[in-house]
Ligand binder design. Structure first.
Ligand code: BJW
Length: 254
């Protein structure tokens, strides 16, 4: 790790009034939650997004899609926050105005103590029915041992809504679906008015979320990036910290 860049990033964060931390799957990688696009370990290297992460896929094979999300929910429940998640809580708590905007559907920011992160792509833990009303739903816990079977593409029939009997679906944002309006509005507002935006562990290729750091850069904020790999966000980034979240972020708050 380049100590000059680390010092520069820490000073920018320390001087800032409004700080936004924008996260993607890479922040949870060291907790054992797979990313989407990493070459060997990413979910899209092993599973077909078109068959699992679109409304059409759920319509065509609800048991397959529900089973896959139940497998992922079980994995997240067994995971714990890593030092990167905890350092982010420290960063936003130290700032006079700090906001976490995440694309992740896990709850590891919350479990690391971050209050009210903005979830742009929904949550694995907020299922709702497919009817227009989108009634909130609950689900039974998986039996022990079911996770391995589900990893091989196990099917589980989704529950039915207790209010209207429609199928219950995962509360995440699939390709082709609109992001939750209030979350997107809050994220854009935070990005447009921040002094520093710290982007962590995202490939920056999924829109409209990938606009968030670009909005901050256009508005004059300093963008700092933590990622072991180059990304399309490099051109808007003032300080690039090449390393993993659990290594770099604790050093930023030390
Ligand atoms: C580490 C690390 C470590 C590893 N430490 N770092 C403009 C241009 C082109 C296309 C579009 C466009 N606008 C819209 C689109 C279409 C589409 C899109 O963006 N497609 C592109 C992929 C081409 N977008 C949509 O469809 C969106 N909806 C939409 O636009 O609706 C329009 C509409 C309006 C009104 C009415 C109706 C419709 C919705 C996008 C939803 C994305 N959903 C997913 C799945 C969520 C549910 C689930 O979890 O299953 O969200 S896809 C997936 O990608 C997930 C993620 O949140 C998202 C972003 O991925 P992320 O977090 O960046 O992960 P990776 O894997 O890509 O990157 C990990 C990074 O971490 C890497 O850089 C590593 O190097 C790094 N890393 N280890 C730090 N230890």
């Amino acid at each position: 790790m380049d100590s000059v860049l680390l010092h520069q990033a820490a000073r920018s964060l320390g001087d800032a009034h409004r700080v936004v931390v924008f996260t993607g799957a890479g922040i949870s990688a060291e907790s054992g939650v797979p990313t989407f696009r990493d070459d060997l370990t990413g979910l899209w290297a092993r599973f077909d997004a078109a068959q699992l992460a679109t409304p059409e896929a759920f319509h065509a094979d609800p048991d397959l899609v529900w089973g896959w999300y139940e497998w992922r929910r079980a994995r997240v429940r067994r995971a714990t926050p890593n030092p990167g998640h905890r350092a982010i809580t420290t960063i936003v708590d130290r700032a006079p105005a700090g906001t976490v905007v995440t694309q992740n559907v896990d709850d590891l920011h919350e479990r690391a103590g971050t209050r009210a992160p903005i979830h742009l792509h929904g949550s694995l833990f907020a299922p709702r029915c497919v009817a227009a009303a989108g009634h909130p739903a609950t689900f039974p816990d998986l039996p022990e041992g079911a996770v391995t079977e589900l990893a091989e593409g196990g099917r589980i029939p989704p529950p039915r809504c207790v209010s209207c009997a429609a199928l219950v679906r995962p509360g995440v944002v699939w390709f082709g679906e609109a992001l939750p309006e209030a979350a997107l509005t809050a994220a854009v507002e935070a990005a447009a008015t921040c002094d520093v935006l710290l982007t962590v562990g995202t490939s920056g290729v999924v829109y409209p979320a990938a606009e968030v750091p670009r909005i901050a850069a256009r508005a004059g904020a300093t963008v700092i990036q933590v990622n072991p790999e180059p990304t399309p966000l490099d051109p808007v980034t003032a300080v690039n910290l090449r390393g993993t979240a659990a290594q770099v972020l604790p050093a930023l708050v030390a």
